[in-house]
Design a protein around this ligand. Structure first.
Ligand code: 3PG
Length: 318
């Protein structure tokens, strides 16, 4: 699998500054937390040795180099086994060097002009940095209009609190940052803490959330009757749709022919495509005939192929 594909499928990139002798334990801790990716920055001595140790010891972890500011650093990183190169800014020489070497390069951009320059060089994935300081998800939405083919790895100010909102943006390939492996935990050698934090980050990235419950009525009359009952008892507003009545936005009463033995459950996520891979690994495949897409071709809705606890389950892109 290409490293960009792995990054897209994983959705998170831990950005770290780590001593060579701790790098392998750190890589293992992140992998155990569900993120087999590690960007080791050139912000301290020995970055190339740290990269080399991970590349040798952990073949399933994609190790890259971050904060690459010079061609010399890029050369050392590639020789050490870095599978991708990340830079805070846009340096055409660095980009050219990496492209010639055939190694994935993700230069930093923060303006439309830099995005344009990067596009001219043939790049499709860019680092938006420093994302929070330059307007965060608002900037991403603005860039999505003119630059429809570009996907961003957002870094700078990412946290457990905001990573879900970033993940939801259709032009975000992955969210990167130091929040999964903060320096304090690395210094303390608290690798279990890093695994726990990484698992929390994965959970926040998916952001699974109940959207509504579906109840199967036998026909439209019964669906209306039940919706009106909910309205009379609990003051839930009743709203008719082509196939159902909603009693508030939380309960959908199907007007006959509803899926599932008992009904259905709608669950939202920040990243539907990734969620489907996650669910597939657990034995629940998507029922592709039920997929819906938005105008840009992104999947927004799909049912799973089997019931859970007697309920059909559809997953929505939040
Ligand atoms: C980077 O190099 O990508 C950033 O410095 C990471 O930013 P953060 O420390 O705010 O996560």
């Amino acid at each position: 699998m290409s490293v960009m594909r792995l990054i897209e499928d994983t959705g998170l990139i831990p950005v770290v500054s780590v001593a060579p002798e701790k790098a392998v334990d750190l890589g293992r801790a992140l992998e155990a937390g569900g993120v087999p990716i590690l960007e080791i920055t050139f912000r301290r001595e020995g970055a190339e040795k740290a990269i080399e140790n991970v590349a040798k010891e952990l073949p399933k972890v994609a190790v890259g180099a971050g904060t690459v500011l010079t061609l010399e650093q890029a050369r050392m990183a590639v020789d050490a086994g870095a599978r991708f190169i990340v830079a805070p800014g846009y340096d055409p020489d660095l980009v050219e060097f990496c492209l010639k070497k055939g190694v994935d390069v993700v230069p930093g951009v923060s303006t439309p002009s830099e995005v344009t320059t990067a596009m001219k060089a043939g790049l499709k994935v860019l680092k938006l940095f420093p994302a929070e300081s330059i307007g965060g998800t608002r900037t991403l939405k603005d860039l999505a209009g003119p630059f429809q083919s570009i996907r961003f790895i957002t870094t700078g100010g990412m946290s457990l609190e905001n990573l879900g909102e970033y993940t939801r943006q259709k032009n975000v390939l992955a969210v990167g940052g130091s929040f999964m492996a903060p320096s304090a935990l690395i210094s303390a050698g608290d690798f279990e803490g890093i695994t726990a934090l990484t698992k929390t980050a994965v959970k926040e990235m998916f952001g699974f959330k109940l959207i509504h419950m579906g109840i199967n009525a036998k026909d439209k009359d019964q669906a209306r009757e039940w919706a009106m009952l909910m309205n009379a008892l609990f003051d839930f507003p009743a709203n008719e749709t082509a196939i159902s009545y909603f009693a508030s936005t939380d309960i959908e009463i199907m007007s006959g022919g509803g899926r599932g033995e008992k009904g259905h459950i709608g669950i939202g996520t920040n990243c539907l495509k990734r969620a489907l891979t996650w669910l597939e690994e657990k034995g629940y495949s998507p029922n592709l005939e039920t997929a819906r897409y938005d105008a840009s071709g992104r999947m927004t809705f799909i049912y799973l192929d089997k019931d859970i606890c007697g309920f059909a389950v559809h997953i929505n892109q939040r």
